[in-house]
Design a protein around this ligand. Structure first.
Ligand SMILES: [Zn+2]
Length: 258
């Protein structure tokens, strides 16, 4: 290499010119030695290792925005429904399917809220679909309604039937997401119907999803998206669900929270 390297000194600058011969001794010479090639590969691998988590985070943020957009439309659909039905919430079991739902149902929903949604594309969170597929499931929808809203709610003694009974509509969620797996100490059920039923503490029934923006990829430490009765969207962090934090935003009466 040295014999092909010319050092130019002019005007106070030093430049190196490296001439690589096209042919020598009848064969092509490679531009890189094996060591140089390995160094380049190592640098690319290092850059990939640095950039991939960042790319994953950007991807998840885009999915989170899309999911929130879905829930915002759910909020609008429910607003229209409440306006048409004198403020009475639909039954939390049967708002999507008149006979009750399961998240892998393929038939068109026939529940009372469906005419206000009428768009299958907003029924499924992309993050949830990706997780579901990785678990061998085929999710069609991913959103559940608050089991404390609507006649026929699971906790009939606590459920309200009319929006006038929700004194703080910005604090009570109307739709959110659930996991496909149980979390010890937080949930005793997975997503299995159309309702999200938070037990009064210290009871354990459903919990909000924990997979959005999961720190370090730990799907039990992330957040759920939700839309509140007043129509604004927000997030519920996994850590905020313990000690009755999930119940606080579920039951409009909150009378069992100390
Ligand atoms: Zn989501």
């Amino acid at each position: 290499m040295i014999r092909n390297t010319i050092i130019n000194k002019r005007r106070g600058f030093t430049t190196l010119e490296i001439k690589i011969p096209e042919k020598e001794s009848g064969r092509f010479l490679m531009g890189f030695t094996l060591i140089e090639l390995l160094v380049v590969i190592a640098i690319i691998a290092l850059l990939m290792a640095i950039l991939m988590p960042a790319l994953q985070r950007v991807k998840e943020q885009a999915r989170t925005i899309s999911c929130k957009s879905n829930l915002r439309q759910y909020g609008i659909a429910e607003r229209m429904y409440l306006d048409d039905f004198e403020g009475n919430f639909p039954n939390p079991w049967f708002w999507l399917y008149s006979g009750g739902g399961n998240f892998e149902r393929e038939d068109t929903p026939d529940g009372p809220l469906w005419p206000y949604i009428k768009d299958k594309d907003i029924n499924l969170c992309i993050s949830f679909r990706t997780i579901g597929k990785s678990m061998g499931r085929d999710p069609r929808y991913s959103y559940s309604t608050n089991g404390y809203l609507g006649a026929g709610g699971y906790f009939k003694g606590n459920a309200v039937t009319n929006e006038s009974e929700v004194k703080h509509p910005a604090d009570i969620f109307s739709f959110s997401e659930e996991n496909l797996w149980k979390i010890p100490g937080l949930s005793g059920y997975t997503l299995n119907d159309n309702g999200l039923y938070i037990d009064p503490p210290p009871g354990i029934r459903d919990c909000f999803a924990t997979y959005h923006n999961a720190p370090g990829g730990d799907r039990e430490k992330g957040s759920a998206n939700l839309v509140f009765v007043d129509g604004h969207t927000g997030m519920m962090k996994a850590e905020g669900q313990y000690d009755g934090g999930n119940y606080e935003i579920a039951n409009p009466k909150k009378r069992d929270v100390p």
